[in-house]
Design a protein around this ligand. Sequence first.
Ligand SMILES: *Cc1c(COP(=O)(O)O)cnc(C)c1O
Length: 378
Amino acid sequence: MTRNSAVAGLDDLPVRDELRGKSPYGAPQLDVPVRLNTNENPYPLPEPLVERIAERVREAARDLNRYPDRDAVELRTELAAYLTRTGKYPLGIENVWAANGSNEVIQQLLQTFGGPGRTAIGFEPSYSMHSLIARGTGTGWISGPRNDDFTLDVPAAERAIAEHRPDVVFITTPNNPTGNAVPAEAVLALYEAAQAAKAATAGAIVVVDEAYIEFSHGDSLLPLLAGRPHLVVSRTMSKAFGAAGLRLGYLAADPAVVDAVQLVRLPYHLSAVTQATALAALEHTDTLLKYVEQLKSERDRLVTELRAIGYDVTPSDANFVQFGRFEDAHAAWQRILDHGVLVRDNGVPGWLRVSAGTPEENDAFLDAVRELKKEPQA
Ligand SMILES: *Cc1c(COP(=O)(O)O)cnc(C)c1O
């Protein structure tokens, strides 16, 4: 056995030009008592659900010598039933597609509708993975505008769409990291603008990322799918279902969109274990949605208390709250960490983001930021 004489760095590899000098997605995973930085659900799955998962996975294990159901028929049927029940819009299996997290759903959408020579737009600050997945799929990225209060600047967004004629438009509602929801009229205006800009070709795909919709004061935009074959709503079990570790995301759209992503999905991408686990979780939807109610009231408490302490807060329809304003947000992030609480610095100048945790975790966070106000240079 010979060892390499020199340790190779990334620069020594024939990495694609657009990846050179870039950093991977990296929310810090630090070992601190209170972690409120990645919008996870703080509640572990209830014990009866854990039992049910074990049961269903045991059944699935008996067939692991075979490839899984490539079309995830049972899972997509149950997801469609969940969306129909909660989204006030009837959907069938032909409208639903599932993958390993909504990140994979987004990747499949960009592989299908983006790619080299094409572009996607998002209105930033927004979910950083949209631009990262665009980069990974060779899709050009356009950073669209937002108002100073982080609401969508619809006229400016329409102008950006008309100018750049993107193939894919991302609208995150409720938006991450800012927390605010986008009104249906704004989504409709951008949908029209995107189709008009690409009228010479087959139009554009508009992806509404509803990762946090279960936490919203308002309704899902699923009913907008009616008569809009280029609209896609993406969802995840990572947040409301408390199953970030499961890796299950899904989309709802016109059946043609579901057919189109089949062209790029890897065969058997969704393991039998994943499908069995997700099906078990869906059996317990009602229990899981009760935790969502608790988190919503904790979220609202965070907003009220942060304002009472004297912070600015962006109105939130998600399971997290953006608060500020700080002269130096990163320094404030570090000082909150010194109090044993990990929040998120998303790089939005002056602002930090805290995920709603358990009441005890939120108390610890509120104590920390109360202290911060009393300290000099807060
Ligand atoms: C957390 C999050 C997701 C979820 O991604 P998964 O891959 O399903 O875990 C998707 N979109 C946004 C905006 C998010 O914040």
